[in-house]
Design a binder for this molecule. Structure first.
Ligand SMILES: *Cc1c(COP(=O)(O)O)cnc(C)c1O
Length: 389
């Protein structure tokens, strides 16, 4: 008999380096007495990331949202931007804060990224850019979007918040499009407590981003643009450096968890997992999305979400509601009926996945989902028999 978990299992738990390792790093900060403003640890972290991503066109921020906001401002994006409703709300907020009109178009049904055909159909004379999310770490249709952007002279910007560590043909996902934003928030698979990064093609943007994140200061007496404060501090950089050292292990453990879910859920009726990613993609297992088909499963996503809480399993309905359905965006342009996005948002559940999750717990979660389905299917058929259907 499977029993509810004695303690809650959440959808994620942040990775932490060993405490003594972090303490040793803190001693360095205490000795330096340099806490923020381009300190020595931030410089080291930046250098490591420049090496890892093989570029100098990289800029760090105190979080991903401000990184994206500043990127849009620095690139002087204006007018309309075509974007996805199936993302975290910050993707759209970054547009709004720059007085850019978001235009929502539908996603494709396999990996839930922007549907290139819908993007092309939504282009108007005011369109200046495409802002696409590699949702769950699944790369967007990179070639098709690049082709559309080139033909229509649009900037192509990626919300790559979920894609740290993902490569395509051995090339980092950061090198597709004009700019990619990464989030190092505590709940992401790679984190620096909070943090953000942009990687971009045009080297000329670097100084603009550096000014914009530090009040526009060029030197002690010159302010060259109205910037804001979005600097990463030494404590964040320290965490980032230390977590980076464990990245391969973290991804490896997540890949084993994902494989167990695939195995454990493969013949549960009404549970659909995304198709395996193309062989040229090295995935990071950032999330474990599952679509629940009410007919086949015997209950809908909402019911399963609530049922799992009784078992102490806290899944998340990322990304429900769609961004365009939040009160603050209801008046925004929606291009087409968003059929796929609506269906997915109503059916999606993201399952617990994090490096410290026990493999036996993953097996138990699969068993629980299977038993819920079996019990429901049994009850339905008993019900149909008694009513003579
Ligand atoms: C987390 C996230 C962000 C925001 O990043 P923060 O670092 O939390 O500000 C933006 N877009 C997506 C898709 C995210 O998941």
């Amino acid at each position: 008999m499977i029993k509810p978990f004695p303690k809650p299992i959440y959808v994620t738990r942040p990775f932490l380096p060993p405490l003594d390792q972090f303490s040793a790093g803190l001693e360095e900060i205490w000795n330096n007495r340099w806490l923020t403003n381009d300190g020595p640890i931030l410089k080291r972290f930046t250098g490591q990331l420049c090496n890892a991503f093989e570029t100098d066109n990289l800029c760090l921020f105190n979080n991903g949202t401000l990184a994206l906001q500043i990127a849009l401002q620095g690139m002087e994006i204006s007018g309309e931007v075509i974007t996805t409703p199936f993302t975290f709300v910050a993707t759209t907020h970054a547009l709004f804060w720059n007085k850019i009109r978001p235009v929502f178009v539908d996603i494709e049904p396999d990996y839930y990224t922007l549907d290139p055909e819908k993007v092309e159909a939504a282009i108007t004379p005011w369109t200046t850019a495409i802002l696409a999310t590699h949702v769950y770490g699944h790369p967007c249709k990179l070639n098709k979007l690049a082709d559309i952007a080139r033909r229509h002279n649009l900037k192509l910007i990626y919300d790559a918040a979920h894609t740290f560590g993902v490569t395509v043909d051995n090339k980092s996902i950061a090198h597709f499009g004009d700019l990619s934003m990464f989030s190092f928030h505590a709940t992401k698979l790679f984190h620096s407590l909070e943090g953000g990064m942009v990687i971009f093609k045009d080297a000329g943007l670097k100084s603009r981003f550096d000014y914009l994140k530090n009040f526009g200061f060029k030197n002690e007496v010159e302010v060259v643009m109205p910037g804001t404060n979005a600097k990463m501090n030494e404590m964040q950089a320290l965490m980032g450096i230390q977590v980076l050292g464990y990245l391969d292990e973290i991804i490896e453990k997540r890949s084993r968890i994902a494989a167990l879910y695939r195995d454990g859920l493969k013949d549960v009726p009404g549970v659909r997992l995304v198709p395996p990613l193309a062989h040229e993609i090295k995935y990071n297992y950032a999330y474990m999305p599952a679509e629940i088909d009410e007919q086949e499963f015997g209950m809908d996503r909402e019911a399963l979400y609530k049922k799992l809480i009784e078992w102490n399993v806290f899944t998340r309905r990322y990304f429900y509601p769609l961004v365009c359905d939040y009160a603050c965006y209801r008046s925004v342009t929606v291009n087409g009926p968003l059929t796929v996005a609506r269906r997915v948002a109503d059916r999606i559940l993201t399952l617990p996945i994090y490096d410290s999750l026990d493999l036996s717990d993953v097996e138990a979660i699969c068993e629980i989902i299977r038993s819920i389905q079996t019990a429901k299917a049994g009850a339905l058929s008993a019900n149909m028999a008694s009513t003579g259907q």
